[in-house]
Design a protein around this ligand. Structure first.
Ligand code: FUL
Length: 471
């Protein structure tokens, strides 16, 4: 049975996906043995004696994240080399055998506590691929080991917002191949941290398909259910460190969810995108890259395209060997935070007059600018085209319009245009876009006008707008 557009309009996010989407922007922290060996992928035979970040200060990391406007942090608790940043009772290959804090330290604890103190959400990255653990490749035994580690992380460090499973995977020793028991991992996470999303090799959050910060022009959250298996299939295809992490592209299919794409689909799911990239070329800190830190202008471009392109932005900021985020990175993050604040400070739509060509009586147009998250405008059931006009009261200059659908009601808008009225009352189109979803940031050069029109050209069953902002 093929799915109809009406059915496609009624695929909804789970509560955990919704809470995750609202975070918008959060950090990835790649910090581990590789920081001390100057590598991207460790071999698993590194001595724990090498790990000694003498000035480590998790609060400095958290401050840098908050300065940039981030709402959460995901820590690489174990990367592919198997070294654990917490004293796991299932292996010796951990901070417990390092000189750091005389073997008494627990970095997962320090970071999770610093996050909690500052009001940042905390998440974990636990690499399924493990080049150190001797049981890796003996599927049952390693699955037990992995689940034990998961249990330690899921129970010892408070509430988690994300459990991030990497797709990178190689073979075990002597060519042994590990068969991951994903369903078992997921069940443990659902039992112990039901509010956490399981990302990438998981059912809740979809990898955008590249590590360079690219977003599709239409990043659909409603996609064929087969997308959920993609990462796991890819998981076995990347086998060695090719040194070009930031440009790695594993899936470049551009259209995942248009009418055309879903025409033959039998099962659609809510599977929203996350875009991960690094502030530096590598995921781990390398002093040779100190002069290659992305500038706040580059980061702002990424932020607006990703968050404003219906995806969440996971930006990696790797601490250095001291255990601190490098000064250059801190500076760019602070500048980014300032830019975001400045751009989105005065919402000209807040006091506008608004009217729509058609509205459901319970969801009139003013609900699109009332700043309340739970209220929204929508058309009567089955009305797929509509126009909304804003009167700013006087001529104002603006360069951004931010649209948000009420995604609790599904993802519906497929094509829209934005126009403004010029001095001769002529409507001039200044933007056209495809999907909106959680958020679409429409960018253009300065326009001075009093009247703005948003035309929804094509949508699924009936469009909604939870919010319209003009800056
Ligand atoms: C990749 C890994 O191989 C990299 O080292 C890094 O952790 C990145 C986020 O994912 O698959």
């Amino acid at each position: 049975m093929v799915i109809s557009i009406e059915q496609a309009a009624h695929i909804y996010p789970s509560a955990r996906q919704l809470a995750w989407q609202k975070l918008e922007f959060y950090s990835f922290i790649h910090f581990s043995m590789n920081t001390f060996t100057d590598r991207e992928w460790g071999m698993g035979d590194e001595s724990p004696a090498l790990f000694n970040p003498e000035q480590l200060d998790a609060e400095q990391w958290v401050d840098a994240c908050q300065a940039a406007g981030m709402k959460g942090l995901i820590l690489t608790c174990k990367h592919h080399d198997g070294f654990c940043l917490w004293p796991s009772q299932y292996t010796d290959h951990s901070v417990e055998n390092s000189p750091w804090r005389n073997g008494q330290g627990d970095l997962v604890k320090e970071v999770s506590e610093a996050c909690r103190k500052a009001g940042l959400k905390f998440g974990i990255y636990l690499s399924p691929w493990d080049r150190h653990e001797p049981t890796y490749g003996d599927s049952e035994a390693y699955n037990d080991y992995f689940v034990h580690q998961l249990e330690e992380l899921l129970t010892g460090y408070g509430e988690l917002f994300s459990v991030w499973f990497d797709g990178a995977c190689g073979e075990g020793k002597q060519g042994k191949k590990q068969v991951y028991d994903w369903d078992r991992y997921y069940a443990v996470i659902r039992r112990l941290q039901p509010q956490a999303v399981i990302s990438i090799c998981g059912p809740d959050v979809r990898w955008c398909g590249n590590e360079a910060g690219h977003t599709r022009s239409s990043e659909w959250s409603v996609v064929p259910a087969s997308m959920q298996d993609n990462e796991k299939i890819q998981a076995n295809s990347q086998t060695e460190d090719n040194g070009e992490f930031a440009t790695l592209v594993r899936s470049d299919q551009d259209d995942l969810g248009s009418r055309h794409m879903i025409a033959e689909t039998e099962h659609l799911i809510w599977y929203p995108a996350e875009v991960n990239t690094s502030i530096r070329p590598g995921w781990f800190y390398h002093s040779a890259e100190d002069d290659q830190v992305k500038t706040s202008t580059e980061l702002m471009e990424l932020y607006e395209r990703i968050v404003g392109g219906n995806a969440c932005f996971l930006l990696n900021i790797p601490p250095d060997r001291r255990g601190l985020i490098h000064e250059q990175d801190v500076y760019e993050l602070q500048q980014l935070g300032e830019k975001i604040k400045n751009y989105y400070q005065y919402n000209l739509a807040e006091h506008a007059l608004i009217q729509a060509s058609d509205s459901d009586p319970e969801h009139p147009a003013p609900l699109a600018i009332d700043l309340a998250e739970e209220t929204y405008w929508c058309t009567p059931y089955g009305t797929e085209q509509a126009e909304i006009e804003l009167d700013l009261g006087t001529i104002q200059t603006f360069h951004r319009i931010v649209l948000m659908e009420h995604i609790e009601s599904g993802q519906r808008i497929e094509f829209f245009t934005i126009s403004y009225q010029d001095r001769h009352q002529k409507w001039i189109e200044c933007y056209h876009g495809s999907i909106v979803g959680y958020k679409h940031i429409c960018r253009f050069s300065d326009i001075s006008a009093q009247h703005i029109r948003i035309s929804i050209v094509e949508s699924r069953y009936c469009p909604t707008l939870q919010s319209i902002e003009v800056y």
